[in-house]
Write a protein that binds this ligand. Structure first.
Ligand SMILES: *[C@@H]1O[C@H](CO)[C@@H](O)[C@H](O)[C@H]1NC(C)=O
Ligand SMILES: *[C@@H]1O[C@H](CO)[C@@H](O)[C@H](O)[C@H]1NC(C)=O
Ligand SMILES: *[C@@H]1O[C@H](CO)[C@@H](O)[C@H](O)[C@H]1NC(C)=O
Ligand SMILES: *[C@@H]1O[C@H](CO)[C@@H](O)[C@H](O)[C@H]1NC(C)=O
Ligand SMILES: *[C@@H]1O[C@H](CO)[C@@H](O)[C@H](O)[C@H]1NC(C)=O
Ligand SMILES: *[C@@H]1O[C@H](CO)[C@@H](O)[C@H](O)[C@H]1NC(C)=O
Ligand SMILES: *[C@@H]1O[C@H](CO)[C@@H](O)[C@H](O)[C@H]1NC(C)=O
Length: 648
């Protein structure tokens, strides 16, 4: 007993020790990875370490290689400053961290980048950065669990401010508009990511500063964007992975945005029809992984790149003519690409309007002749010029004039084309020409302007590309297939009904083989119905399947058809097997009449068969497998089966 007890005890001890060791090693791994991540890359051997125990005023510094990580961790806080960044010569940076760091240390001289991390730092005070104002360019605040406020004048007088980067500050929920009033016009990047922001900060005071290169509010808690709440000029506005549910009308009124990214807002389903109304310029829009049901087109006529991947909820897509400058699109469904390919059948109304516009141009061109194009209404040509889809090179920077004149040489005549760029809001010499690159007219676009006006399909590169399994126009690829299917449908239905009628009406004894035949006929009849469903959808949507594709793929039709075909296929195969076995039995045991399959057994077997088939068919309804992707495979398979069963 005692021995057993000791045994047990020691076993437990060993177990505990093991657990302890495992957890310790896990911790070690964790610590190691954290320190690896945490060690700033600029902490090289030349860095100077400041901490409260070594007064920097005495001009003493510690050689970093003498201080191990453990010693650093024991300090209440410490800063590591390196005089030179590797890339840029005259920049120096200080990185401070430590649990007791509550105020920004004031011990450094002429630093250009200041980063604070992993501390209980709470408020960025007005006085905090004052000492560094003349030289400071970048401010980085990372992993500050307690940080919750920026005082309104915190960024005052920082003349060369370039970057504000705050990340992992979960208590930072709100930033007052006043904060940005004092931010220098040199600011290029504003990033507040993975923090607690509840709404997009009011940035109206940032506008005067020209174009920012990035505004990033990824991973915050922003749930709504309100009317007229964003008015900025930026190359990128990122609102990814928030908890957005609603974007109200005119939310971006007056903004100029190179790329607007709203992806990963999986609950975003209320995107107002006029959400993008009033937006002055937008080149790229990303609405991937959202729940939008409708894509607004108003305000997006300068859009060049559109991404809506992984958004099953989007049913309709606006006519391609609504997006006058669209060049590339990545969508969820290929039938939306079909809509771009066949604008006339997708939206005849828009097509008519577009045609009228072109006719208008044509008559105008004819009436006035090339050389008098100057008199033409510049705005209408402006619109059309956009629709040519000139690729605006974002990287290119140029000075602009308010009115630019382009002289284009042609074989027949010289054309002067006036183009007034609406740049009143963006005057200033050093602003780059991000939003108003001059249009470059090649020979062909000139032709399009006045020579060869055509109502051609706009050439939008659209993905996913429609293929055989996801056709644009017809469910059945060709008319002979259609004819064949209809023949098979009628034969399958008439034939199987005939079999059923004959077998059931027959007055003679209802034998087991007859019962099995009835089941087979029923299964094949279902297959016939399925084929009829497909064939009628094909007939119904002839030439414009893409307009029906959503309803078909997500509606009851496809589910019914899918259920029918899986059910019928399984039941048919099952019954055929049973019939074969039964016949084999009957032949090999021809003399023993009592060794036949009895009625009761046959019924039991067939009930099992039905249950099996129904289960198999129901499974995809619960998402275990998918009907729509295998639609065509099934179609060809089932038509063969139907033909086969006819000749049985
Ligand atoms: C440290 O300083 C020395 C001499 O000033 C220099 O040669 C070396 O490259 C520096 N090391 C780093 C990592 O900057
Ligand atoms: C730092 O310490 C290392 C090794 O102890 C030494 O080789 C190096 O010269 C020291 N650097 C400075 C700047 O004192
Ligand atoms: C700090 O920068 C100013 C102006 O750039 C310069 O005059 C001054 O000498 C610098 N001070 C130090 C200690 O480098
Ligand atoms: C958009 O902004 C302009 C200028 O501030 C304003 O006049 C207009 O009413 C705004 N539009 C909407 C729909 O709020
Ligand atoms: C076009 O303009 C150039 C000079 O700008 C002139 O030499 C040329 O003759 C003109 N061509 C026609 C067809 O008017
Ligand atoms: C424009 O047309 C002229 C003469 O027809 C030709 O020499 C030139 O290469 C063309 N330019 C372009 C960009 O097609
Ligand atoms: C007009 O453009 C269409 C398509 O772009 C082309 O097929 C046709 O040949 C052109 N006509 C002339 C006269 O250039």
């Amino acid at each position: 007993m005692k021995i057993l007890g000791i045994g047990l005890e020691s076993k437990w001890k060993v177990l505990f020790k093991c657990l302890f060791l495992v957890s310790l090693s896990l911790q070690l791994v964790e610590c190691h990875s954290i320190t690896l991540l945490d060690t700033p890359k600029f902490m090289n051997e030349n860095a100077t370490i400041f901490h409260p125990l070594i007064s920097p005023s005495k001009n003493s510094f510690t050689n970093l290689s003498l201080l191990s990580d453990v010693e650093l961790k024991d300090l209440p806080w410490w800063c590591s400053c390196s005089a030179e960044l590797e890339e840029v010569e005259d920049e120096s940076e200080c990185h401070c961290e430590g649990p007791k760091l509550l105020l920004i240390p004031q011990d450094f001289i002429n630093i250009t980048r200041l980063s604070i991390a992993n501390s209980k730092f709470k408020i960025l005070r007005e006085s905090g950065l004052r000492k560094y104002a003349p030289s400071l360019k970048d401010i980085i605040l990372m992993r500050l669990n307690e940080f919750y406020q920026i005082e309104p004048e915190a960024f005052k007088n920082i003349r060369h401010l370039r970057t504000i980067y705050i990340s992992h500050a979960p208590r930072l929920q709100f930033i007052a508009a006043e904060t940005f009033r004092h931010v220098s016009h040199s600011l290029k990047t504003l990033r507040i990511t993975n923090s607690g922001l509840r709404e997009v900060p009011d940035m109206r005071f940032l506008v005067n500063g020209g174009i920012l290169s990035q505004i990033d509010f990824e991973g915050n808690q922003i749930s709504e964007i309100f009317e007229n709440s964003i008015r900025i000029s930026t190359e990128q506005l990122i609102l990814d992975n928030n908890v957005l549910t609603t974007i109200h009308r005119s939310s971006f009124n007056g903004s100029q945005i190179g790329k607007l990214s709203l992806k990963g807002n999986t609950k975003l389903f209320k995107l107002h029809e006029l959400a993008f109304e009033g937006i002055e310029s937008i080149q790229e829009l990303d609405l991937s992984s959202t729940s939008i049901q409708l894509l607004p087109s108003i305000g997006l006529d300068k859009l060049e790149v559109l991404r809506i991947q992984n958004t099953q909820s989007l049913k309709q897509i606006p006519s391609v003519y609504m997006f006058k400058s669209l060049v590339k699109a990545w969508l969820t469904h290929s039938f939306h690409c079909c809509a771009f390919k066949f604008p006339q059948r997708h939206d005849p109304e828009s097509f008519k309007r577009h045609r009228a516009l072109i006719d208008n141009f044509k008559s105008e061109c004819k009436a006035k002749g090339y050389s008098q194009l100057n008199d033409a209404d510049p705005t209408s040509f402006n619109n059309y010029g956009n629709s040519i889809g000139t690729n605006i090179d974002r990287r290119r920077r140029r000075k602009r004039r308010t009115v630019e004149t382009y002289i284009i040489e042609d074989d027949e005549s010289n054309i002067t084309f006036p183009y007034s760029s609406d740049s009143n809001s963006l005057d200033g010499d050093d602003i780059d020409g991000l939003f108003h690159e001059p249009l470059k007219f090649s020979n062909s676009s000139l032709e399009a302007l006045c020579g060869n006006l055509s109502i051609d399909v706009k050439d939008v590169q659209c993905y996913p590309v429609p293929d055989v399994l996801n056709p644009c126009e017809d469910v059945m690829g060709s008319s002979w297939l259609r004819a064949c299917v209809w023949i098979v449908v009628s034969l399958a239905i008439i034939g199987n009904v005939a079999v059923l009628v004959v077998l059931l009406m027959n007055q003679s004894e209802f034998t087991v083989p007859k019962f099995l035949m009835c089941n087979l006929a029923l299964a094949d009849f279902c297959m016939g119905i399925y084929l009829m469903l497909i064939a009628s959808i094909d007939l119904h949507s002839m030439g414009e399947y893409f307009n029906f594709a959503y309803d078909w793929q997500y509606g009851i039709g496809c589910k019914t058809a899918g259920w029918l075909t899986v059910f019928a296929g399984n039941l048919s195969v099952f019954t055929l097997t049973i019939i074969t076995v039964e016949r084999w039995f009957a032949i090999t045991h021809a003399i023993y009449l009592n060794k036949r399959l009895k009625h009761r057994k046959a019924y039991c077997i067939m009930i099992c068969g039905w249950l099996y088939s129904i289960t198999m068919a129901i499974m995809p309804l619960f998402g275990i497998s998918n009907y729509s992707s295998t639609r065509y495979v099934k179609l060809s398979m089932s038509s063969q089966e139907a033909v086969g069963s006819l000749f049985n």
